[in-house]
Design a protein around this ligand. Sequence first.
Ligand SMILES: C[S@@+](CC[C@H](N)C(=O)[O-])C[C@H]1O[C@@H](n2cnc3c(N)ncnc32)[C@H](O)[C@@H]1O
Length: 258
Amino acid sequence: MTEYKTNYKNWANWYDLVYEIIKPKDLILYKSLINDQTKDVLEMGIGTGRIFKSFFQNKINWTGIDDSEEMINLCKEKIEPLQPLKGKLKLINEDMTKLDIRIDNKSIHNSKFDLVIYPSNSLMSVGDINQQKNALCSGLKHLKDNGILMFDLHNPNNYEIKDKFQLMGSAKINNLNHEIFGRSEVDFINKLHTNFQKIIINSDEVIELKSYDNFLYIEDVISICDELNIEILDMFGGYNKEKISDNSEEIIFISKKK
Ligand SMILES: C[S@@+](CC[C@H](N)C(=O)[O-])C[C@H]1O[C@@H](n2cnc3c(N)ncnc32)[C@H](O)[C@@H]1O
């Protein structure tokens, strides 16, 4: 079967630019999940280290996983100027669906974390529902007994087919005009949302990108959580902990081991 997985090798050079033009609103949620008691955080799909950059002053042992060497390398480059960090950052170039971090080389025990997060809908980019289950199993395996596991998903109710490119955002950066246009295809049978993006710089240079969301409905997540013995503590419709509604922007799950 064809695997629909975003190629982050193509995205690496443009990822931060896209997020500078279309600013994510999720940091507020991570600030509410991370407190003085949080010692160890595991970020599945750390990308270029966008979230970590907000917490490098905290005394946290932060472990970032990413299967894209290009994204991990960019993360290293971005973190270098922030040294010395108050906490520690460990980057692991690995597939989150197969993760097995040991306390040390000789140990049979996995390292355990207070908080395991899959930011920016990372769970939707690992592949189909089986891959998503594997990615959640990896998280559970590395979660302390009283730890929190958090993931966010786009609300599929908001997906629509957009045949024509529409302006998604624009910004002037380094004196250059940047515009992002997007169009999308939705396959409701295979639960696949395909995004086509065009970044246009100074009405001249055009960068074309593509990404896939393997989407899930709330019912799918509830049945996965039952199967994996995950207890859902809270569900939010947005990063300010808004109530879930049919048209919430996001579906955010805060959960723990049963
Ligand atoms: C949407 S980005 C999120 C990056 C970062 N967490 C943020 O919030 O800005 C998703 C990241 O997950 C990574 N990723 C996708 N599938 C993965 C997998 N199976 N294992 C590890 N990383 C994966 C991608 O390479 C990418 O860097």
